[in-house]
Design a protein around this ligand. Structure first.
Ligand code: ADP
Ligand code: MG
Length: 438
């Protein structure tokens, strides 16, 4: 575990099981979860939707009693709601008839703060989350990002030792999310808040690596912890640094449940010894359709032959799609079955922008993309003639296959926004850089 050297244990989940019933069905939503969070830690919880992340937050804050197991808070078994913890939800419920200031004031009032101190304290909190000047606005007058800031201010008003965040940025547009992440990190790292630990549920791998000291990775059916990873990078973190990218890649690999040595699975790059792996020729929309279909099935699994009918595709197309899904770590194939990996589930559930990011991270690992991106980076103006790349690929593949491969590279690269192709001057370009994470 990555607790800082002197970090005292703040909260412990011991053998947590959660059974739910829906209709006649009883199912295990969370199985045997053991997690310890120490003072000074920012922990992120990652995993596909339905793996029990929100359930764990409710259990850890005492809003819900687990079917089995218990929570220790500072070594003492938790009974009822934890007064030292608070939760910020994805969309924070503000009272629409109260102003920003009144919304925060109400939280202070419920906490029992003396009336004469409340206004000053509320103003101070709003100032700290960057809402200075909006005290008298009503929630409907604010952008989503600003409403979420009021949510943070309200959560902070109770001065929680443990701040729990349930996908706090996922309902926001890219820019507000990024701004609010920065502000939260600044509050946290400056030590200006009494919060001793943060537990954040996230859907976003880059966000987790950007913010957390430790990432706990869950999978579902049943919901359980499958691995964890310490993020020992100093703040502020540089998304484009090799160390950052390596950690992002590691999290992806954990979610993809990589079992084979990567060199065998991925093949080699053109010009390198070993077999150059062809890209399966597919439409990315079809791949997304396959993953979405699997995400809707029990256990996210299907007999491959059945998919021919269910998705009305011909068998060849289907095989190329399953190959692409496996190559990208979105699914595993075993004895005629295809099963989504947690990464595949994450992709199926992600927004368009998040899908592009996942896709970009995955294809950057493929030797053929590594090779091309390295050439583009080295090229003048980061531009290569289509013909030049085609000729290079012809050393590996027959001419018509080289052309199909290049079309696929351009198609995938454009989708991932890591390269572009300019029709007019028949050249490939490197995109200015990976898109800012949502
Ligand atoms: P996550 O936050 O990771 O998406 P949840 O904790 O919300 O997961 O849910 C885990 C599983 O438990 C899901 O299958 C969900 O449908 C189910 N679930 C959650 N809360 C309840 C409930 N109160 N009653 C029945 N099923 C529930
Ligand atoms: Mg949830």
């Amino acid at each position: 575990m990555s607790s800082p050297p002197n970090g005292k244990t703040l909260v412990q989940l011991k053998n947590i099981h959660q059974i739910y019933s829906s209709g006649a069905r009883r199912f295990t939503a969370v199985e045997n979860v053991n997690v310890t969070i120490s003072e000074g830690e920012f922990v992120a919880l990652l995993g596909p939707s339905g793996c029990g992340k929100s359930t764990l937050l409710r259990i850890i804050t005492g809003l819900q009693k687990p079917s089995e197991g218990f929570v220790l808070y500072r070594g003492v078994p938790l009974k009822g709601v934890n007064p030292h913890a608070s939760i910020v939800f994805q969309t924070f419920a503000l009272f629409p008839w109260l102003t920003v200031l009144e919304n925060v004031d109400l939280a202070l009032k419920m906490k029992g703060a003396p009336p004469h101190l409340r206004t000053t304290r509320a103003l101070d909190l709003l100032d700290r989350v960057g809402l200075d000047g909006f005290e008298n606005a009503y929630p409907r007058e604010l952008s989503g990002g600003m409403r979420q800031k009021v949510g943070f201010a309200r959560a902070m008003a109770v001065e929680p030792e443990l701040l729990c965040l349930d996908e706090p940025f996922s309902a926001l547009d890219v820019l507000s999310a990024e701004a609010l992440r920065g502000e939260l990190l600044e509050l946290w790292t400056s030590g200006n808040i009494p919060t001793r630990a943060i537990l954040m549920v996230s859907h976003n791998i880059e966000e987790a690596v950007f913010m957390a000291d430790r990432i706990i990775i869950m999978d579902k059916d049943p919901g359980r912890v499958i691995s964890e990873l310490a993020i020992n990078l100093p703040h502020p973190r540089q998304r484009k640094s090799p160390a950052f990218q390596a950690l992002v890649d590691q999290v992806y690999a954990m979610l993809a449940g990589q079992t084979q040595p990567e060199a065998i699975e991925l093949g080699s790059a053109p010009g390198e010894p070993g077999r150059t792996r062809r890209l399966p020729i597919i439409h990315i929309n079809d791949l997304a359709g396959l993953l979405e279909h699997l995400a809707d099935l029990p256990e996210n699994r299907a007999d491959i032959y059945r998919l021919v009918e269910d998705l009305s595709v011909d068998p060849d197309t289907l095989l190329r799609l399953t190959e692409a899904a496996e190559l990208l770590g979105f699914a595993t194939i075993d004895k005629g079955d295809i099963t989504l990996t947690p990464l595949g589930e994450t992709f199926a559930e992600a927004s368009i922008l998040a899908r592009k990011e996942i896709f970009a991270t995955r294809i950057r690992r493929l030797p053929i993309f590594r090779w091309l991106l390295a050439m583009l980076r080295a090229a003048q103006n980061q531009r290569l003639d289509w013909d030049v790349v085609h000729t290079a690929l012809e050393l590996e593949f027959p001419s018509d296959e080289a052309e199909r491969q290049l079309d696929a590279i351009i198609d995938w690269g454009r989708y991932a926004e890591i390269l572009t192709y300019d029709d007019d001057d028949e050249a490939l370009y490197l995109e200015p850089g990976p898109p800012v994470a949502a």
